[in-house]
Design a protein around this ligand. Sequence first.
Ligand SMILES: *[C@@H]1O[C@H](CO)[C@@H](O)[C@H](O)[C@H]1NC(C)=O
Ligand SMILES: *[C@@H]1O[C@H](CO)[C@@H](O)[C@H](O)[C@H]1NC(C)=O
Ligand SMILES: *[C@@H]1O[C@H](CO)[C@@H](O)[C@H](O)[C@H]1NC(C)=O
Length: 503
Amino acid sequence: MNECARTSIKLLILFILLKYGSSSKLVDPSKSLVWGPGLKPDKIVLPARYIFIHAVDRDGVRFRKSPPYAYQVFIEGQSGVGKCPATINFIDRGDGSAIVRYKIVRVCEKIELHIKYNGSHVAKSPYIIENTIYPEKCYCPQHLSTWLYNNECSNNDQRIELDLQPFKQVNFSNIRENLIKKYDMPGSVSICNYVVKNNEIYRKCYGKYVGYSMFMDATLLSLTRVVKLPDIEFFLNLGDWPLSKKGGHQRTSGPYPIISWCGSDDSYDIVLPTHDITEATLENMGRVMLDMISVQKEIYPWIEKKEKAFWRGRDSRYERLHLIELARKHPDLFNASITNFFFFRDREDEFGPTVKHISFLDFFKYKYQLNIDGTVAAYRLPYLLGGNSLVFKQNSPFYEHFYYKLVPNKHFVPFKRDLSDLVDKLRWAKAHDNRAKEIMETAREFVQDNLMPVNIYCYHVQLFNEWSKRLVSPVTVLPGMERVKQDVKCDCRESNHIAKDEL
Ligand SMILES: *[C@@H]1O[C@H](CO)[C@@H](O)[C@H](O)[C@H]1NC(C)=O
Ligand SMILES: *[C@@H]1O[C@H](CO)[C@@H](O)[C@H](O)[C@H]1NC(C)=O
Ligand SMILES: *[C@@H]1O[C@H](CO)[C@@H](O)[C@H](O)[C@H]1NC(C)=O
């Protein structure tokens, strides 16, 4: 082959490479993916509706990095005051995907969701919603079966089955008095007896510190606005520690059913998503800055992160002090400090000084995040898993509602309760960066499948629904109970929204 032919072949190959290389970097808006509950705002009512977008090139390959241009998202529609007022928030996850969430505060009609990229509509945009859309603040409960169907709640969570196994039949007429007597320890236990009857909420609380009942009030208020709950009665533990301990007298009388935000291997407590993640669900795009959607925004790309384990928190467990010791011994591996001393005040000189709080999103400047129990499970775990750092989790008898689904070394790196292997695990992660990144990515997929707002709503409704089937005594509003009232902003009881049944 002569020089000239060789050169032209080289040029041809170069040309193909350039063409292929550049075209594969361009987003093909029509092939890109758009999905999520926010596409059905008439059926799935959430405080903030959300949609996922994943950029795809013309060969159908998903992007792994943010595409070069920003998406343009807008909502058209009409409300009683003219245009449908909507706030829109865009969360770039930095892996080729993004979340768009939006909040409407008025009843709107003729809604069109427009999602564009580089001037072209993405996927099937514009999405036209035929039915009226109600804000979550409206009182528009759907029938239970319709709601479960519309929200695509999958089969009951296995955690619900596990937790309810010891409670096949519950006769509150029989056990209520003794239950209240047993846990009436005002200084140390705070519990509330809730009744939901005809979709109205009532409660009576026992204990000194009952302020946290506001979380359950808000949850039930939101749920009853969107779904007609079955009649139920339950006891909610407002404290950290699970109450219905295994062993002891319960071997004969059977355990008392108590709903808690934290479960443990040695208790029968029935777990609900924590007040923390539930509040973040109810208040996303509202009062809270940190929620399961906002935490997914990529601020610090993986390759720019500092390769250290970061930790901040209170002194609520001895291992947290031990962590400070380790961090001092290995400043190349850790950046860990206590923010408040309360439980071990006398050891502040030794394990202090305290440092100022930093924004949770700034934790993700660091590649490795540590989850160490506080008094019970550390309720930050969902947020750590949703961020783009690798999570190291201490072995623990305490759990939240979703822990049993997490697989060690798939979603997080486990370490021993006494922290004795933590340094080795960190060294392993530093030496296996690809594997570390993969675990981080799998954790974020887990979050997307299990801990998004719709999942938190489903879990509550499914648990309450299963619970209602086990109550053998009649559900009645009991003497001394206080009504928790809706502050109804709008109401669609007059329309036929409730009666419509798609099943
Ligand atoms: C934007 O769109 C124009 C016109 O369709 C196209 O030529 C160009 O390559 C696109 N740019 C990107 C970065 O997608
Ligand atoms: C529930 O307990 C009450 C009080 O002990 C009893 O009278 C009632 O028959 C029980 N109900 C059922 C369905 O077992
Ligand atoms: C630890 O982290 C904080 C917050 O990012 C930072 O200000 C500080 O300089 C870090 N300390 C060390 C020793 O790197």
